[in-house]
Design a protein around this ligand. Structure first.
Ligand code: FAD
Ligand code: SF4
Length: 327
C-alpha cells in the first residue's frame, strides 16, 4: 500500500529538503493542486505545506522595483498600492481571473505553476502526452477550441491558462528559486519550456526547487500598462485571447513597447515581433494592425480554434488603442 505523507515546513531550507523526495509536491493555496489530486491527475506521495514560510511580503526591491513573495495572495498583490500605481497591468490581469474567493487563496507561485485547462489533461480516461508521456494527444483533432496556436508541437497544443503570468511577462519579471544546490534567478521568459516532444516538462524547475519570490524591475519612466482579456463570458472564465501591454510614447512615436499574449500560447507569450513593429512608429491604427499581424504571423490554428488568430489580433489592437489613449 502507498504511504501518503503531509508535512508543514517552517523554513525554506526544510521545505526544499522535504520536497526533494520522489513524487513530492509543495502546496500553497491548493486551488490547483488539490483539484488535480481529486481528478487523479496529480498523485503526489508527499505534500509539503509551505504556508508557514515567511514568503507573503510585498516589498520594494533594493535596486528599485518590487519583490513579491511567492506566498503573496493574488488578492493582496492586485490591490497593493505600488502595483496599482506602477504595474497596473498586473493588478488588472489578476482581477480578471478566477473569483474573489479563489484569489484570496491563490498564491503568486501557485499561479505561475497552474496546469493547463485542456479537458483531456484533466480526464484520465483520455490519452494525453502531458499527463502520461508517450500516450498521444487527444486534443489534436479533438476538442481544442480553448487551446494554443503559438508555440505548440505535434505532441501537445495545450495553452497556459494564467492571466497573472501574461502581465509578469510584459513586465519582464524575474523568478527567484531556492533549490538543493543554492539560489538562482530566472527571467520569466526563460522559465517556461515549450512542449516540443516532452510536454510533461513545463518549466526549468528541478525536483525540490522552491520559488521564493517574483521581482518586478522598476517601471519604465512615463510608461503606461494595460491588460485586456477576451473570453466567453465576462467573469469567472479563462482567456480565449488576452494582451498585456507596457508602452511609452514621445512626440507621437512609440519609444518603448512590451507585448505579451495569453490564451493563445503554449506558454505566456512574449511577442518581440509585435514590439519591433511598434518601436519608433506613430501610435496609429496602421501601426497597431501591423504589430498584431506580426504577433500572429507564426500561428498554427487547430481544427476548432482558427477564430483565435483574428480574435488575438483584435485584442492586441484594442489594447494598444486603450493604452495609448487612456488618461
Ligand atoms: C474555478 C477556477 C477558475 C479559475 N480562473 C482563473 C482565471 O480566470 N485566470 C487565472 O489566471 N487563473 C484562474 N484560476 C487558477 C488559479 O489562479 C490557480 O488555481 C491559483 O493561482 C493557484 O495558486 P495556489 O496557490 O492555489 O497553487 P497550488 O494549487 O497550491 O499549487 C499549484 C502548483 O504550484 C506548486 N507550487 C506552489 N507554490 C510553490 C512554490 N513556492 N514553489 C514551487 N512550487 C510551488 C504546487 O506544487 C503545485 O504544483 C482558476 C482556478 C479555478 C479553480
Ligand atoms: S493538448 Fe497537451 S494537455 Fe491536451 S491532450 Fe494533448 S498532450 Fe494532453
Amino acid at each position: 500500500m502507498e504511504v501518503f505523507t503531509y508535512t508543514r515546513s517552517t523554513s525554506a531550507a526544510e521545505a526544499v529538503q522535504a520536497a526533494a523526495a520522489p513524487s513530492s509536491k509543495f502546496v500553497a493555496g491548493g486551488t490547483n493542486l488539490i483539484d488535480m489530486m481529486k481528478l487523479n491527475v496529480e498523485r503526489p506521495r508527499a505534500l509539503v505545506d509551505i504556508n508557514s514560510l515567511a514568503l507573503s511580503q510585498i516589498t520594494p526591491a533594493p535596486t528599485g522595483g518590487l519583490v513579491i513573495g511567492a506566498l503573496a495572495r493574488n488578492s493582496d498583490v492586485a490591490v497593493h498600492p505600488t502595483v496599482v500605481r506602477d504595474y497596473a497591468v498586473l493588478s488588472q490581469a489578476i482581477l480578471s481571473g478566477a473569483s474573489p474567493q479563489l484569489r484570496n487563496m491563490a498564491s503568486t507561485a501557485g499561479n505561475l505553476l497552474q496546469r493547463t485547462r485542456c479537458v483531456y489533461f484533466r480526464d484520465t480516461a483520455h490519452a494525453c502526452n502531458k499527463r502520461e508521456p508517450g500516450t498521444g494527444c487527444s486534443a489534436i483533432g479533438g476538442f481544442n477550441r480553448n487551446l494554443a496556436i503559438l508555440g505548440t508541437s505535434d505532441h501537445c497544443i495545450a495553452s497556459n491558462p494564467s492571466d497573472q503570468n501574461v502581465a509578469l511577462t510584459a513586465l519582464e519579471a524575474t523568478i527567484q528559486i531556492q533549490g538543493a544546490k543554492g539560489s538562482r534567478t530566472v527571467p520569466i521568459n526563460e522559465f517556461y519550456v515549450l512542449p516540443g516532444a516532452t510536454p510533461h516538462i513545463e518549466t526549468v524547475l528541478q525536483p525540490g526547487d522552491l520559488i521564493t519570490s517574483v521581482t518586478l524591475p522598476p517601471p519604465a519612466s512615463g510608461s503606461k500598462s494595460l491588460y485586456l482579456k477576451l473570453r466567453d463570458r465576462a467573469a469567472y472564465e479563462f482567456a480565449l485571447a488576452s494582451a498585456a501591454i507596457v508602452i511609452k510614447m514621445s512626440s507621437g512615436k512609440i519609444t518603448h513597447a512590451r507585448v505579451a499574449l495569453g490564451g493563445v500560447g503554449a506558454k505566456p507569450w512574449r511577442s518581440h515581433e509585435a514590439e519591433a513593429a511598434l518601436l519608433n512608429h506613430p501610435a496609429d491604427a496602421a501601426t497597431f494592425r501591423r504589430a498584431a499581424d506580426a504577433a500572429l504571423h507564426d500561428a498554427k490554428p487547430q481544427s476548432e480554434n482558427a477564430f483565435k488568430v483574428e480574435l488575438a489580433k483584435r485584442c492586441i489592437v484594442r489594447a494598444l488603442v486603450m493604452s495609448t489613449t487612456s488618461a
